[in-house]
Design a protein around this ligand. Structure first.
Ligand SMILES: [Zn+2]
Length: 188
């Protein structure tokens, strides 16, 4: 079946720079090209099919691919690997209505890591992909929120309660702990 414009609702139209990079005319149109590209190496290498939006300048006939094409290729790789696409990763966080910083705090993911997954710079490994899928369930996030709630709710609480705990430790135990903590920091 031939691909056509109406089959693709993912074209981000207005966000694309429609000016020709070759001649500078604002006369760039799009047509869809069914393509295949090689992914992987050796025995595990495969040819993945993808429909790519080719931009064509009506003035000088220059044809090129932009970030939309890169995004679609990345999605094809994700589908091949059986992991969530960047848009799907982003969608999970958005469905919970959380800013990236808060989502990072609740889930334990690094904010920079989330940014890389959501923008397709890095593909999450299988364990993280499975964790992300669980995070799509509201009750899973509820459990996680309940875990981090004490720290978030009472910023002054842990400091004073820790002080109380330290008083019951003997000095050598405290020293051992601070020394091992110091070594860990040096090692990292
Ligand atoms: Zn042109």
């Amino acid at each position: 079946m031939e691909s056509d414009h109406t089959a693709h609702s993912h074209d981000d139209g207005g966000n694309v720079d429609r000016t020709c990079p070759q001649c500078g005319e604002a006369s760039v149109t799009t047509f869809w090209h069914h393509d295949r590209f090689r992914y992987g190496t050796g025995d595990s290498a495969v040819d993945l099919p993808v429909d790519l939006p080719v931009r064509r300048c009506a003035s000088c006939s220059f044809e090129f691919l932009d970030h939309e094409g890169e995004r679609l290729r990345h999605e094809a790789v994700c589908r091949h690997l059986g992991v969530l696409t960047p848009a799907e990763v982003l969608g999970i966080r958005k469905r919970h209505g959380m800013a990236r910083a808060k989502f990072a705090r609740v889930t334990g993911f690094g904010e920079a890591t989330l940014n890389r997954w959501e923008n397709g710079l890095v593909i999450q490994n299988l364990a993280n992909d499975r964790y992300l899928r669980l995070l799509d369930k509201p009750w899973v996030v509820s459990v996680l929120k309940s875990l981090s709630a004490p720290k978030l709710a009472q910023p002054q609480g842990p400091a004073s309660s820790n002080l109380n705990k330290f008083r019951v430790l003997n000095v050598s135990e405290q020293q051992r702990r601070s020394q091992s903590g110091f070594r860990l920091r040096l090692a990292s």
